[in-house]
Design a protein around this ligand. Structure first.
Ligand code: PGA
Ligand code: ZN
Length: 436
């Protein structure tokens, strides 16, 4: 079915940190529309597609995105008018051609992605189907069985997402053993609230980090795991079966290239790649951790290979900064046995088509795919639909707090009902946690 792009509107708006980002609206000839808001990271991988900012200190401390907006309205947009919104592959490749660079550095991945996401939504509207159903068509039109992802609740925030905190960036609780999605949300809520009480009793502040987790100052990297163990024990849920832990260490952030060491500031020591790997080996013995993301730096490929060899059979080792959702790095990870799972962030690569292609490449090689938010988020809930549409086993979208995190969980709750009514679907994706 042909539904032509009639008009593309875009403007600068704000994300959850108050930083400027792009909003785009695509209108089609049959009167359908699709919008998008683009998120933004803080602990970004160095090889991510380029996020174009104006760097003019007079506006938003250099963070304004007016040139990226102009690229949408004045350069990319006019080239797409008249194209069929239902042919996303063609639209995305056209944008790659217009940009002409490997990392979308001329026009900006933020401009390109905003159009790609908005067109995907407009196409869903044009077909009168839900966004996750449209994504499923793009991903695998034969597959008709939907499952919801496991929510990874980031309840303690450190690293570059909080001030004066742990070196490790994220401590997550994951209801791997709970089949019902709504009960999973309820478990996240209950543990989160027990944790809050625990912190209050210890006189820690309970102000929130960027992703909605608590960010108590002055903790060692292990103490959050003790706190979480205690919080879970005060609920009806069983640690190790209902609930497991996951970490996003974001180790590139504290890797000191000049001495090839990891600088654990909260513990005032620098350790080598193999010492850090040994630390993880001990942590996974002591706590029910089933997943470690960016345990080593994006430059430490041999360290990744060693870690994968030592604990990769039992532990999900997720590359975020390592693969930056890009085929080239994912391919290397697969070929060299460096990691066994991938974090998926749309704006690391910059189009919906490439994102879906990379999800398929990962899954075809038995990598788990984890769909992720960014620390700078918006009201856009696209990633909830992306997770369901691509049968991803997990979604990482923060604590059960802060509007820009909760909206993704809310969208999943609604998708849950749609699926149940329409496809006679049953449980949540529970293949994680009993990893490989
Ligand atoms: P970022 O953090 O959005 O700041 O990059 C999220 C993550 O590292 O997973
Ligand atoms: Zn990460």
């Amino acid at each position: 079915m042909i539904d032509k792009i009639l008009n593309i509107y875009s403007r600068q708006v704000l994300d959850s940190r108050g930083n400027p980002t792009i909003y785009t609206l695509v209108k089609t000839s049959s009167g359908n529309t699709g919008f998008s808001y683009v998120p933004s990271g803080a602990s970004t991988g160095s090889k991510e597609a380029l996020e174009l900012r104006d760097n003019d200190p007079k506006y938003f401390n250099g963070k304004s995105v007016l040139s990226a907006v102009k690229n949408v309205t004045d350069e990319i947009g006019p080239n797409l008018i008249g194209m069929n919104v239902n042919n996303l592959d063609e639209i995305d490749s056209k944008m790659l051609d217009i940009d002409g660079t490997e990392y979308k550095s001329r026009l900006g991945a933020n401009s390109i992605l905003s159009i790609s996401m908005a067109c995907t939504r407009a196409s869903a509207a044009s077909n009168n189907i839900e966004l996750f159903e449209l994504i499923r068509k793009l991903y695998d039109s034969e597959l008709n069985n939907y499952k919801l992802p496991n929510p990874m609740f980031n309840v303690l925030n450190g690293g570059s997402h909080a001030f004066n905190s742990t070196d490790f960036q994220e401590y997550m609780i994951v209801p791997v053993g709970i089949e019902n999605f709504e009960e999973s949300i309820s478990a996240g809520f209950q543990i989160y609230n027990k944790l809050k009480k625990l912190l209050e009793r210890k006189n820690y502040p309970t102000t929130l980090g960027d992703e909605g987790g608590f960010a108590p100052p002055g903790l060692t990297n292990e103490e959050p795991l003790e706190l979480l163990t205690k919080a879970v024990s005060q609920t009806e849920f069983k640690l190790g079966s209902d609930i497991k832990f996951a970490l996003d260490v974001a180790a590139s952030e504290f890797y000191d290239n000049s001495v090839d060491m990891y600088d654990l500031k909260s513990e005032s020591k620098k350790i080598s790649s193999s010492e850090l790997a040994f630390l993880y080996e001990n942590l996974v013995q002591k706590y029910p951790i089933y997943s470690i993301e960016d345990g080593l730096s994006e430059d430490d490929w041999s360290g990744w290979q060693n870690l994968t060899k030592s604990i990769g059979k039992n532990i999900q080792l997720v590359g975020d900064d390592l693969y930056v959702t890009q085929k080239k790095f994912l391919r290397r990870g697969i070929d060299e046995n460096a990691g066994n799972s991938i974090l998926i962030k749309l704006n690391q690569v910059g189009t919906v088509s490439e994102t879906i292609e990379n999800i398929k490449l990962a899954q075809n090689n038995n990598f788990e795919t984890i769909i992720s938010h960014r620390s700078g988020e918006t009201e856009d809930t696209f990633i909830a639909d992306l997770a369901v549409g691509t049968s991803s086993t997990q979604i990482k979208t923060g604590a059960p707090a802060r509007g820009e995190r909760v909206n993704k969980y809310n969208r999943l709750l609604i998708i849950h009902d749609i699926i149940k009514n329409k496809y006679k679907y049953s449980p949540k994706n529970n293949t994680v946690g009993t990893y490989k």
